[in-house]
Design a protein around this ligand. Structure first.
Ligand code: AMP
Length: 214
């Protein structure tokens, strides 16, 4: 059993990598942004609380985030890959106290590439699969390869909200990254490579640390 955190600026591909870990090693992929979007779609109490923050590219208050994380952890069968959490120092401390991890991996990408990739991102309205008009195009324009659903831009993937998220990443998430670095629990991988190459690096890093994936 292994507990991991995948960190990286928006568009760094950490979600894709977390999915690969789930498919190949059955690690439980927890994507906190998707959790929030699920709550918004189903108009839950949490959804109503977070809607404003998400739509404006603002971080959701920690107390709400911790609640959602706790609920999700209750359903976690074995090892997990956290994606999108922690995003600030208080969240890193919370994680360390309640769900200590084996390793954090930072997928490193420049701000310019982050903006470029997010503006090109398209999401399936039905199954939430992720495409990119620059480098992971669907077979038929605007249609999901997996379920035939309609592909759209995320409402917060506009230039202003992306710029805000990039700024937040440096103002807040950099400190959470530093927190894991100081604990000797951080490894960095260049995210400007093909997903399969990055996946191999992830597995190599875990093997190097003698972290068992079975
Ligand atoms: P993402 O799908 O990771 O881009 O997250 C979408 C939005 O969810 C972010 O812009 C924030 O508004 C919110 N969010 C996701 N993760 C967190 C977090 N760890 N702390 C606070 N807000 C978050």
């Amino acid at each position: 059993m292994v507990d991991l955190v995948f960190m990286g600026i928006q568009g760094s591909g950490k979600g894709t990598q977390a999915e690969l870990m789930q498919e190949r090693f059955e690690l439980f992929h927890i994507n906190i942004g998707d959790e929030f979007r699920w709550h918004i779609k189903h108009s839950t109490e949490t959804g109503e609380k977070v809607r404003y923050f998400i739509e404006n590219g603002l971080l959701v208050p920690d107390e709400i985030v911790f609640n959602v994380i706790d609920k999700k952890m209750e359903t976690c069968p074995k090892g997990f890959v956290l994606d999108g959490f922690p995003r600030n120092i208080a969240q890193a401390e919370y994680l360390n106290k309640h769900y200590p991890i084996d390793l954090a991996i930072l997928f490193l990408l420049s701000d310019e590439k982050s903006m470029e990739r997010l503006l090109a991102r398209r999401i399936c309205t039905n199954c939430h699969a992720d495409f990119n008009v620059l480098f992971r195009q669907p077979k038929v324009e605007g249609i999901c390869d997996h379920c035939g659903g309609k592909l759209v831009m995320r409402s917060d993937d506009n230039e202003e909200a992306i710029a805000k998220r990039i700024q937040d990443f440096h103002n807040q998430t950099d400190q959470a990254i530093e927190y894991f670095r100081k604990q000797g629990k951080l490894r960095v991988i260049d995210a400007d490579q093909k997903p399969d190459v990055i996946h191999r690096e992830v597995v190599r890093v875990l093997n190097e640390r003698h972290i068992s994936l079975s």
